[in-house]
Write a protein that binds this ligand. Structure first.
Ligand code: PRX
Length: 660
């Protein structure tokens, strides 16, 4: 460790261990710089070379990047491949048939070892089953599944037959599920009877039934149910089928459907600035290339590694670093059904020790909550477990504060393991800005430098470059293979959201602010610049939560802002005006509870406001615009020192100071 330059919050620099540098795929900064220079010199040649080396093409591409329909960029567009073939068949050919693809650990601790051959057969049988139902290339299939081998197999089976999947996180409500089924026009839902988490059974199939009963899901022909818990569920004759019955007599081979590189592999809904989630559409070729390549570059994956990404397949991290990336490079990975605190908060450390995990990738929120737990109970402190198998740690989804970084580095990585703080988004498909474990000197809290070929920069409101040391808007200057292709059903929104005219229509706008260190050029993400919150690494639109609140019969108006939270990064704080007099005391508490439960029902429990405050009105300008910047200050519990001359009703501020 050396004292060094002047990143605002942090000045410590941690060099990657020499032993890791020596054997790393990208070994040392000169190797990193050489790749960056190759991309600068010949952008298309660089990506073309990597696409040929990393993937197996059924029909080779002749053109790397087609910019003629920009910003609807196309990559490797006359090439053909199949994603599932690249993840499974290729491993059977390469001598990995008996290698473990997945070490599945159930909530209760039971472990199942699934080899590449097993997984191939499961995927083929399900793919044949889907085909037997008439599901074909281009159809959309919604997957609403628990963390399971079946969930991964369902995604891979869709990819095998060219169906576009849309995974909906198992924590979303019936209404959220219904909206996504409807927007995607899905022909089938693959789900489970229930999910098993933290010793509890939680419904899935019942929520699918409810979603369909809400209407607008007429495109659904079948609901396929994986029996996980054996819990009681309803069955609709002619529509519902058991997964085990569907696959029972299916052949264990299924010829892959060769698709164009641009064929939509999946749609994944994520929150934006409006009330309506965006269906982020990803490609087949470019997406798979980047998930595979970042497994090699960011995680330095090697044949003997045991990789563990703790994300859920319902989020992009689970797509890229569970279902696709690890399988595309023939890795062995741990897949975990449960939660980090069951049966106790030592579960992650215990699992690392038992499975001898070598690469561990999790979210800052999980780390922060495990720090708290370890402080409270020494028995679940990482030092109580044998973590000597670990060689690389990763962080994803939200900024990691330097204190959490240091704890992770010292206590989990034992000062031996580099931490890759990976900045990326649902829209980017894979990592964008991150340290490389065998090259980049690390600074706690900084995601350091863009990966080779990723032209990240910081600009001002007019799209002009800013010098290092000056905070601004994070953009990407050139298209890259795994980027979002469009918003499903809404190409105009795609253009407006990501390639706005104010920036000449050519810069990809990430939606985050960032600053580069004066001396090192390292990036630090300063947070979203739009109305998107990040709660426990889950992305949520303030408008979505506001729409849910105002849909309640009692609510006249609502404004939602984020406030800093020690564990979850940000917490949701809602300011609510009722149609009736402002409640107080017990009544206020009771209505606040009712509204929280309502939001859970409308969107999902992750969107429940942590804090709810009632007012006779909201702070507004004379033209009636809600002054959110004041609400943010109130939410933080700070005094308002800002200019309030445009505020029409200053008296309201006092009322809104108190939480219920
Ligand atoms: O604000 C950034 C934050 O998470 C947002 C993307 O969220 P989502 O699309 O749900 O994808 C999360 C998993 C990739 C970003 O716009 N974010 C993600 N990673 C980091 C981060 N903020 C700071 N540091 C990170 N490493």
């Amino acid at each position: 460790m050396a004292e060094a330059d002047n990143t605002k919050q942090e000045s410590r620099i941690f060099e990657p261990p020499a032993s890791l540098v020596q054997q790393a795929t990208i070994s040392g900064m000169p190797a990193y710089q050489a790749l960056c220079q190759e991309a600068e010199r010949d952008y298309e040649g660089f990506w073309g070379r990597l696409a040929n080396e990393t993937l197996e093409w059924h029909k080779p591409f002749t053109k790397v990047l087609d910019e003629s329909k920009a910003p609807f960029y196309q990559w490797f567009n006359d090439g053909e491949l199949n994603v599932s073939y690249n993840c499974l068949d290729r491993n059977l050919k390469n001598g990995n048939a008996d290698k473990a693809a997945i070490l599945f650990e159930a909530d209760g601790g039971e472990v199942t070892r699934v080899t590449y051959r097993d997984l191939y057969e499961r995927v083929c049988r399900l793919a044949n089953g889907l085909k037997s139902l008439g599901i074909k290339k281009g159809d959309r299939v919604v997957i609403y599944m628990p963390m399971s081998v079946e969930g991964i197999a369902a995604m891979q089976a869709c990819a095998r037959i060219g169906a576009t999947h849309s995974v909906v996180f198992g924590g979303f409500s019936a209404k959220s599920l219904q909206e996504r089924i409807n927007d995607a026009g899905a022909v089938a839902v693959i789900t489970a009877d229930e999910q098993q988490r933290g010793g509890k059974q939680l419904p899935l199939k019942a929520i699918v039934d409810e979603a369909i009963s809400l209407g607008g899901c007429e495109s659904i022909r079948n609901v396929i149910v994986y029996r996980r818990t054996g819990g009681n569920i309803g069955f609709t004759e002619g529509r519902d089928l058991w997964l085990h019955e569907l696959v029972a007599n299916q052949p264990t081979d299924c010829e892959p459907e060769w698709v164009n590189a641009e064929h939509p592999l999946f749609i994944l809904y994520t929150s934006g600035s409006t009330g309506k989630p965006k269906g982020v559409q990803h490609s087949s070729g470019g997406y798979l290339l980047w998930t595979a390549l970042t497994m090699k570059w960011t995680f330095d994956i090697k044949p003997q590694d045991i990789f563990w990404c703790t994300a859920d397949i319902g989020w992009v991290t689970g797509h890229s670093y569970i279902t696709y990336g690890p399988l595309a490079v023939g890795a062995t990975q741990i897949v975990f059904e449960g939660i980090p605190t069951y049966p106790n908060a030592g579960r992650f450390w215990d699992m690392i020790a038992r499975h001898k995990a070598t690469i561990f990738y999790t979210a800052p929120t999980a780390i922060r909550s495990l720090i708290k737990a370890a402080d409270a109970d020494a028995n679940v402190h990482p030092s109580k477990y044998d973590l000597s198998s670990l060689r690389i740690l990763g962080s994803v989804g939200e900024p990691i504060n330097p204190e959490a970084w240091m704890w992770y580095y010292r206590n989990v990585g034992q000062e031996r393991c580099p931490i890759v703080d990976t900045f990326w988004q649902t829209e980017t498909g894979g990592h964008m800005i991150t340290p490389l474990p065998g090259a980049t000197p690390m600074v706690p809290g900084s995601c350091t430098l863009p990966l080779p070929g990723i032209m990240a920069a910081i600009v001002d409101e007019t799209g002009h470059d800013l010098p290092n040391g000056q905070g601004g808007i994070l953009v990407v200057k050139r298209p890259w293979p795994s980027m979002i292709r469009t918003i499903w059903n809404d190409p105009e929104r795609f253009k407006k959201s990501y390639f706005p005219e104010e920036f000449g229509g050519k810069l990809y706008l990430a939606g985050d602010g960032a600053i580069r260190n004066k001396d090192t050029g390292y990036f630090t993400i300063t947070g979203r610049i739009d109305d998107v919150l990040n709660v426990s690494g889950h992305r949520m639109g303030t408008m979505e939560i506001e729409s849910a609140l105002v849909a309640h019969p009692l609510v006249a108006e609502a404004a939602v802002v984020g406030k800093p939270d020690e564990t979850t990064g940000e917490a949701i704080c809602a300011f609510v005006v009722l149609k009736r007099a402002r409640p107080s005391g017990d009544e206020a508490k009771q209505i606040a509870k009712e509204l929280r439960d309502w939001v859970a029902k409308e969107i999902g429990p992750i969107a429940k406001p942590k804090e709810l405050r009632f007012g006779d009105n909201l702070p507004k300008t004379r033209s009636g615009k809600i002054m959110r910047r004041l609400l943010r200050v109130l939410a933080k519990g700070e005094e308002i020192t800002q200019d309030i001359s445009t505020l029409e009703n200053p008296a309201i501020l006092d009322q809104l100071k108190q939480a219920q």
